[in-house]
Design a protein around this ligand. Structure first.
Ligand SMILES: [Zn+2]
Length: 127
């Protein structure tokens, strides 16, 4: 996964990302232009990243939206792989045990604290 994230960062930095065909707001095609970049943090399984997110502007509906890479879940700080792994572990383990396992996947001493409530909410939303 970290290879995928690194490749994405490199592409975003060098203008190598592919512009989507259709607007995410109005769904019409052919009128998008790049509209700046912002940085966001992302917690993956083995480390925390700061990744660039490109924005697009649609001339037809006059809106902008973010082009999220496939490993990011909208409105979530954790990468898709963390959520997916946690949901798998939660099938046979307690939330406390899974929170500990996720923290342990990070190199010491940079352990992120994941709340058991977060795990509860992920299971309600994604499982
Ligand atoms: Zn549009």
């Amino acid at each position: 996964m970290s290879v995928g994230i690194e490749r994405y960062i490199e592409k975003a930095r060098t203008g190598g990302l592919t512009k989507p065909n259709r607007c995410a707001i109005c769904a019409r095609a052919g009128s998008l232009s790049w509209h700046g970049t912002y940085q966001r943090s992302l917690i993956a399984l083995t480390r925390k990243w700061t990744i660039p997110i490109k924005r697009l502007y649609c001339r037809l509906c006059d809106h902008t939206f973010a082009l999220l890479p496939p490993f990011v879940v909208k409105f979530h700080r954790y990468a898709k792989e963390v959520i997916r792994t946690a949901l798998r572990w939660l099938k046979s383990r307690t939330r406390e045990a899974v929170a500990e396992m996720i923290a342990n996947s990070f190199p010491k001493p940079r352990k992120p604290e994941i709340a058991t409530l977060t795990l509860y909410l992920w299971r309600r939303k994604f499982a």
